[in-house]
Design a protein around this ligand. Structure first.
Ligand code: FMN
Length: 365
């Protein structure tokens, strides 16, 4: 064990997230694990999520697809069928039983898909018909017609309703990482000429229509959104990410949503950490709700970000994946387990999933 701090660390201080009383600020970032066979959540997720639950801790579930056209990877969970909603319930119950607060990240991949994963082998849908470079993995998309867009907005609305029905405390709209919403937001992907393309206002319209529909369905106090204006994941690039990020948070202020969760500019297009001169501070200052930052944080960096008021909460991805007792390890200044990249997306229900060791005996209960 390293230094055992005497003062409570900023990360381990309480925070009031709307109606939720968080006991600390170490959030489980959404992490796709591809262990939901045939898009149905599985009982092994009960142990996985409850291992990462603390009393008063916030967990964001892995990206969960909103419809049959929303799928881009095998075995990611869904939330559009009754069977999926029922399958989520015991997982959510287990998190609640340990006092956790659990949000569902709802997702449409857009063009990051393949015909083999689409209903009737159809082309994936997007803001554009421009394909991703690797057209073996990702089939060329079909540009949504203007009058088809309300149906996709509605799919998100129903997914949010289903998440509440499954017992989740709220939803996080996945507007990051080059997936469908980001394909509308970013000007190097969105080449539309209708009211969903061109100006910033037009490119943000789809995202904001989804926000509005979900706010009206489940209430603004249960809605968060994740954005990554700076990240160039899945070839989704904007020529002016700062303007895009600021426009979005200012528009979000009008809906009074609970939180905005933003990925740091230092996370590059392959998801690794690199140097960046840009910062989330302008977005943090402009947004009136809770601000969650993610991407490349360790204990010290997270403590500094909270102490300096650069974020209210910090979401941890890879280190929380590999350290189910991450808040406790931070409390003790204990060493961390290394994550095993090779088992991030394998389908084993135990290996690389629920077998990362706890620091203390009986932690796994
Ligand atoms: C295995 C894995 C799965 C991920 N799945 C998702 C996801 O479903 N939704 C999402 O928004 N981000 C996803 N991410 C990104 C993480 O939430 C996080 O932003 C990223 O790992 C950077 O944070 P870190 O440095 O703390 O890991 C994933 C990352 C990894 C490593």
């Amino acid at each position: 064990m390293e230094d055992i701090p005497t003062q409570p660390q900023p990360l381990l201080t309480p925070y009031k997230l709307g109606i939720f009383n968080l006991s600390h600020r170490v959030v489980l970032a959404p992490l796709t694990r591809q262990r939901s066979y045939n898009h149905v959540p599985q009982p092994h997720a009960i142990l996985y999520y409850s291992q990462r639950t603390t009393k008063g801790g916030l967990l964001i579930a892995e990206a969960t697809v909103v419809s049959d056209t929303a799928r881009g990877y095998p075995d990611t969970p869904g939330i559009w069928t009754k069977e999926q909603v029922e399958a989520w319930k015991p997982i959510v119950d287990a998190v609640h039983a340990k006092g956790g607060i659990f949000f569902c990240q709802i997702w449409h991949v857009g063009r990051v898909s393949n015909k083999a994963l689409q209903p009737n082998g159809q082309a994936p849908i997007s803001s554009t018909d421009k394909p991703l470079t690797d057209i073996t993995a990702h089939s060329p998309p079909r540009r949504l017609q203007t009058d088809e867009i309300p149906q996709i907005v509605n799919d998100f609305r129903i997914a949010a309703r289903n998440a509440i029905e499954a017992g989740f405390d709220g939803v996080e709209i996945h507007g990051a990482h080059g997936y469908l919403i980001d394909q509308f937001l970013k000007d190097q992907v969105n080449d539309r000429t209708d009211q969903y393309g061109g100006s910033l206002e037009n490119r943000c319209r789809f995202a904001l229509e989804i926000v509005e529909a979900i706010v009206n369905e489940i209430g603004a106090d249960k809605v968060g959104i994740r954005l990554s204006p700076y990240t160039e994941y899945m070839e989704s690039v904007d020529s002016n990410p700062e303007a895009l990020g600021l426009y979005m948070v200012e528009a979000l202020n009008k809906y009074g949503i609970l939180y905005c969760h933003v990925v740091e500019p230092r996370i590059n297009k392959v998801g690794e950490v690199s140097e960046s001169a840009q910062s989330l501070v302008p977005m943090r200052k402009a947004f009136k709700g809770t601000f969650i930052a993610a991407g490349g944080y360790d204990r010290e960096d997270g403590n500094n970000a909270v102490a300096e008021n650069r974020a209210d909460l910090i979401a941890y991805g890879r280190v929380f994946l590999a350290n189910p007792d991450l808040p406790r390890r931070f409390e003790l200044g204990a060493p961390l387990n290394q994550y095993d990249r090779n088992s991030f997306y394998t389908s084993d229900p135990v290996i690389g999933y629920t077998d990362y060791p706890f620091l203390e005996p009986n932690g796994n209960s």
